[in-house]
Design a protein around this ligand. Structure first.
Ligand code: N15
Length: 358
């Protein structure tokens, strides 16, 4: 599903798909969330799920044979998905009829996200439905095309995959990776704050994902807790909710909330580059450990002031090495922020990284 800008919203496929409501056959069409049988097979399933690839005609009921792509013993799929697979993916024309639709996973300004299952492979995905009328009204079609173009080229275990898209007369559908363990901010609310081990695991995964993005010249992922999802082993997934508005959460939907994650150079209206992500990483690290972002204040003006002054204070329980990393990310001068490579090498990260989390 190569995202060609310009193709997304053009009424090529003018045969409008079935109504979402009628696509769900009560009792039969319901998608069940099934628990993975084993880690390996679940991961195998997960990584094999590339629409375009999964639908290749194979006469086994269990889907395409990808055994050759899996390193024995590791369950890891080798990076061999490039060339001919992606052109195949490009050719596949999806329609709503390829999917069974399940429960809603979230609500947004332009439409909702549903649990869905591709019928022929039973592969579970998150299907995001956007209404063209609303996209047009808000004037964000161009932005959507750009986002699709960027997102469809990103392949990283900690970045939520965009498998493909299609559209009918009134809607655009995004086929997204399903993250079985849901939203990270709910975990944070439930736990109030995370311990050092868990925080470090997340920060390590985020740093690795951002390093990958920066290598592709993709910057400013909107990495607040609301944009982070959890895979079936609790692995973090950056899901860029960016322009659209995510979820029923009323948390931080105000302008005040949005400010919390913005670096000084952005709120001061200066030029910014990929170093904005280092700042956000520092804000997130603090929020994971403390339970609230570092510059939170009653008013926008106060948050603004605290950010530009870098008014950073730690509760007593934050360890010295933890403070060290956060302080080195939250530097006013973007050029003085610790680099992502150095984040991954930071003693606090190395010392707290558990070998395997599941
Ligand atoms: C413009 C475009 C190419 C960007 C594509 N990315 C998005 O549109 C970002 N986005 C991701 N918007 C919604 C989602 C989304 C994906 C929302 C929720 C989920 C999702 N995958 N899995 C979920 C999910 N899993 C859950 C498990 C339990 C409870 C709730 C869950 N939500």
């Amino acid at each position: 599903m190569a995202a060609e800008p310009g193709r997304v919203l053009k009424p090529v496929n003018s045969s409008s798909g079935p109504d979402l409501a009628t696509a769900v056959k009560p009792g039969t069409g319901r998608v069940q969330e099934k628990t993975p049988t084993s880690t390996d097979s679940a991961r195998y399933q997960r990584m094999a799920a590339e629409p375009g690839r999964v639908l290749k005609p194979v006469n086994s009921s269990s889907g395409p044979d990808l055994t050759a792509a899996v390193k024995p013993g590791t369950g890891r799929v080798q990076a061999k998905e490039k060339t001919h697979m992606s052109s195949e993916a490009t050719r596949k024309k999806w329609t709503l009829e390829d999917f069974d639709i399940g429960r809603p996973l979230g609500k947004g300004k332009f439409g909702n996200v549903y649990l869905a299952r591709e019928k022929s492979t039973k592969y579970v995905v998150a299907l995001k439905v956007l209404f063209k009328s609303q996209l047009q009204k808000a004037g964000v079609e161009h932005q959507l095309r750009r986002e699709i173009e960027i997102q469809s080229h990103l392949r990283h275990p900690n970045i939520l995959r965009l498998f493909g898209y299609f559209h009918d007369k009134s809607r655009v559908y995004l086929i997204l990776e399903y993250a079985p363990k849901g939203e990270l901010y709910k975990e944070l609310m439930k736990n109030k704050r995370f311990d050092e081990n868990r925080t470090v695991t997340y920060i390590n995964q985020l740093a690795s994902a951002l390093l990958y993005c920066h290598s592709k010249k993709v910057i400013h992922r909107d990495i607040k807790p609301e944009n982070l999802l959890l895979g079936h082993t609790g692995d973090l997934k950056i899901a860029d909710f960016g322009w659209s508005v995510h979820a029923p959460s009323s948390r931080r939907t105000t302008l005040c909330g949005t400010l919390d994650y913005l670096p000084p150079e952005m709120i001061e209206g200066k030029l910014h580059d990929e170093k904005v992500d280092l700042w956000s990483l520092g804000v997130l690290c603090y929020e994971f450990l403390v339970g609230k972002p570092p510059f939170e204040a009653e008013t926008n003006t106060d948050t603004y002031r605290r950010i530009t002054k870098v008014d950073l204070q730690f509760p007593p329980y934050v360890s010295e090495p933890g403070r060290n990393l956060i302080s080195n990310l939250l530097r006013h001068d973007p050029n003085q922020r610790i680099s992502l490579d150095k984040v991954l090498e930071h003693p606090w990260i190395k010392d707290n990284l558990s070998p395997i989390t599941s």
